[in-house]
Design a protein around this ligand. Sequence first.
Ligand SMILES: Nc1ncnc2c1ncn2[C@@H]1O[C@H](COP(=O)(O)OP(=O)(O)OP(=O)(O)O)[C@@H](O)[C@H]1O
Ligand SMILES: [Mg+2]
Length: 242
Amino acid sequence: MIEIRGVQKHFGDLHVLKDIDLVVPRGQVVVILGPSGSGKSTLCRTINRLEPIDSGEIRIDGKVLPDEGRPLAALRADVGMVFQSFNLFPHRTIIENVTLAPMKVRKASADDARKRGMELLRRVGVDSQAEKSPAQLSGGQQQRVAIARALAMDPKVMLFDEPTSALDPEMVGEVLDVMVGLAREGMTMVVVTHEMGFARRAADRIVFMADGGVVEDTDPESFFTAPKSRRAKDFLGKILSH
Ligand SMILES: Nc1ncnc2c1ncn2[C@@H]1O[C@H](COP(=O)(O)OP(=O)(O)OP(=O)(O)O)[C@@H](O)[C@H]1O
Ligand SMILES: [Mg+2]
């Protein structure tokens, strides 16, 4: 579903993605781990071309990422993304946040978009908040709305970049539960997270990055019990000791 081949990316002199190869089959859940600055967010952002790449190739469901224009917009609609900050439209209601893109990009009718939007809000447990504005919701609720909003486009792939890092601890679980549900339903997912519980519970595969490269690419059990590289051992030592 996602094919990343020989991808290179620089920010000025800084080589942030070093010859990345990563193929994610349909329905697979990949958790990307790695120290700060290793290129996890940049890699995520290249997958829907929020960041252009210097060389290499990225395909989604067999199609090469277009450079710009309408084809890019269409492809982006297939790739849902949820960030650390929920960035909901502040002056729109919750249900409007979920229905705007399907109406504009997918040309859904207002009725259909609303029906589907309410279904998705129910699924993430915030349907009773539909007519409120984002500021009236807790962080955990807002992040669940952000997930519903991405799902409203019927994406083929969902990217998550530290979706729970900005949340108060008691709200982390409710967002992770929604993500685990999605994973079980067979969504293709790439998830950058520091939540090791989620990684163990939901990941099919762990990709460990350091210094812009993929250092380990293995199943969660092997990664957590028998990391091979020095970098991964150090990383796990730090993460698991607090
Ligand atoms: N827009 C940018 N311009 C210049 N340098 C950037 C830009 N975005 C990221 N970088 C640099 O690229 C490197 C990789 O950043 P990236 O955000 O992908 O790391 P990360 O693994 O997501 O880190 P974190 O765990 O802190 O989120 C870092 O050294 C960062 O400073
Ligand atoms: Mg990041």
